[in-house]
Design a protein around this ligand. Structure first.
Ligand SMILES: Cc1cc2nc3c(=O)[nH]c(=O)nc-3n(C[C@H](O)[C@H](O)[C@H](O)COP(=O)(O)OP(=O)(O)OC[C@H]3O[C@@H](n4cnc5c(N)ncnc54)[C@H](O)[C@@H]3O)c2cc1C
Length: 430
């Protein structure tokens, strides 16, 4: 008697076969999230992505998308089908007059720089790194800093996606209810195949790095927020703090209770001029070359959002908490600003925001610290970064997101059977 080879349902379903793995362990950038999906599928075109979702629906398997795996929360985990969109990548069109750019769903943020520059365009703002996929960044409300600049989600104007009915559908500006749900959706409306963003004219940035004491930081608080395109700082509680984020500091200067402060402002240069004064503290270059920093060494980050008018009070509350209870926690506190927007699940929904980020060291028990930060910021009605460690529950969301029910109604229309949910998103949004 000969043994029958196990039948692989994917192999039998697709022609030609879509690249996939079975039971391949997955883990995120930070190493704090992992999963073993039944299938990991890397579609090379929209038809393969659609075939995969239809296969999953037929087999009763859930589907989650993964971009660059840079979220710290259990957003991507699934025991069903993990759809890796990295091969669905590339800028698909630009409209310089309307300042619009289209890209495939798996395109890395880093791929926008040169391609948009050549068309006279640029992303309005960027965060600390540019490794994320555009759809991953949109899904979680990823942002840079600047009180007059919105997050990536706020720039979404159109999307083509695969919904939970196994159909390809489009959402544009004529469907504001659906667009505002899609702008921050944690991957729960479906698979984003292509997106259109509002972008801006290309621009150069001048970087200025300073190392003010806390007293100096406070004395120019409002002007710094208002008068710089990008203003942000990393407050250092200990001598070792800056080094943990690989931030260069002046030799022989104590960084305790000082900040590594960044100001980026637009500067006029010849279009091809770049890299002038390329010292560590005075870079002048195309915007997309100035924004991304290092962050090569993993850390585990929590990020909460408070109303901008209470930002200083909230930052000082966390400084006190660190000094009095958690002096062993040495990662700097990063502080940034984001302009309000209208997306139902955006942490910046109708609220100009101060962003407070703290981190724990991988391999240590940082949970008491992060829980205390969560508790200390609750009186500020803090919302959380969907892609960074948080302690949000469905009950807390009801209080913090006035349009939660509208989002949930749209979600149910797009995915009535919960194809795109996992345990984490079901608890929050199911
Ligand atoms: C070193 C580091 C630096 C960071 N810097 C910043 C920063 O400066 N500002 C900031 O706001 N955040 C920052 N983050 C957080 C990060 O931007 C978010 O977690 C972002 O969501 C990660 O994008 P990703 O492509 O890795 O998505 P993933 O983590 O892979 O996925 C995130 C979510 O997007 C969904 N998704 C991905 N692709 C698709 C698709 N095609 N269709 C539908 N859903 C999809 C996933 O299902 C998941 O729910 C940082 C994270 C790290 C690790």
């Amino acid at each position: 008697m000969t043994a029958t080879a196990p039948v692989n349902p994917l192999q039998n379903t697709f022609t030609p076969p879509i690249p996939f793995d079975t039971h391949k362990p997955w883990s995120n950038w930070g190493g704090n999230q992992s999963a073993t999906p039944a299938f990991t599928v890397r579609p090379r075109n929209e038809q393969e992505a659609l075939d995969t979702v239809r296969f999953a629906i037929k087999e009763g398997l859930p589907v989650r998308a993964v971009g660059a795996g840079h979220s710290f929360t259990p957003l991507v985990q699934t025991g069903g089908v993990l759809m890796d969109l990295s091969e669905l990548s590339g800028i698909t069109g630009t409209d310089s007059a309307r300042r619009r750019a289209r890209a495939k769903g798996g395109t890395a943020i880093s791929a926008f720089g040169d391609a948009l520059w050549d068309k006279g365009l640029g992303l309005s703002n960027q965060g600390d790194i540019d490794k994320q996929s555009i759809s991953g960044a949109i899904a979680t409300g990823t942002h840079g800093s600047g009180i007059n600049l919105g997050c990536f989600s706020s720039a979404l104007r159109w999307v083509r996606l695969i919904n939970g009915h196994g159909e390809i559908v489009e959402i544009g500006e004529d469907q504001l209810r659906e667009l505002r749900a899609a702008q921050v959706a944690l991957g729960t409306l479906g698979i984003f195949l292509e997106v259109e963003l509002q972008v801006t004219d290309r621009y150069h940035l001048q970087e200025q790095i300073t190392y003010p004491t806390w007293g100096e930081t406070v004395s120019t608080w409002d002007e710094d927020i208002a008068n710089n395109r990008h203003y942000s700082f990393f407050w250092c509680q200990g001598e070792e703090s800056a080094g943990l984020y690989e931030l260069p500091t002046p030799a022989g200067e104590s960084m305790v209770n000082r900040s590594y402060t960044k100001r980026y402002n637009a500067v006029t240069l010849d279009a091809n001029e770049s890299g002038i004064d390329l010292t560590e503290s005075a870079r002048r270059d195309r915007s997309y070359r100035v924004y991304p920093g290092g962050f090569m060494i993993p850390f585990h980050e929590l990020e909460y959002y408070v109303p901008a008018e209470r930002g200083r009070e909230a930052v000082e509350t966390i400084q006190d908490l660190i000094r009095t209870v958690h002096a062993d926690q040495k990662y700097p506190m990063e502080v940034r600003w984001v302009q309000q927007d209208d997306a139902y699940l955006s942490p910046f929904y109708k609220r100009d925001t101060t962003v407070i980020s703290v981190s724990g060291a991988p391999g240590t028990n940082y949970w008491p610290y992060l829980r205390d930060v969560d508790a200390a910021l609750q009186p500020f009605d803090a919302r959380a970064h969907w892609g960074k460690i948080h302690f949000m529950t469905r009950d807390r969301l009801k209080h913090l997101y006035p349009e939660l029910d509208t989002f949930l109604a749209v979600r149910r229309e797009f995915d009535p059977n919960g194809v795109f949910l996992n345990d984490h998103t079901r608890a929050l949004l199911g």
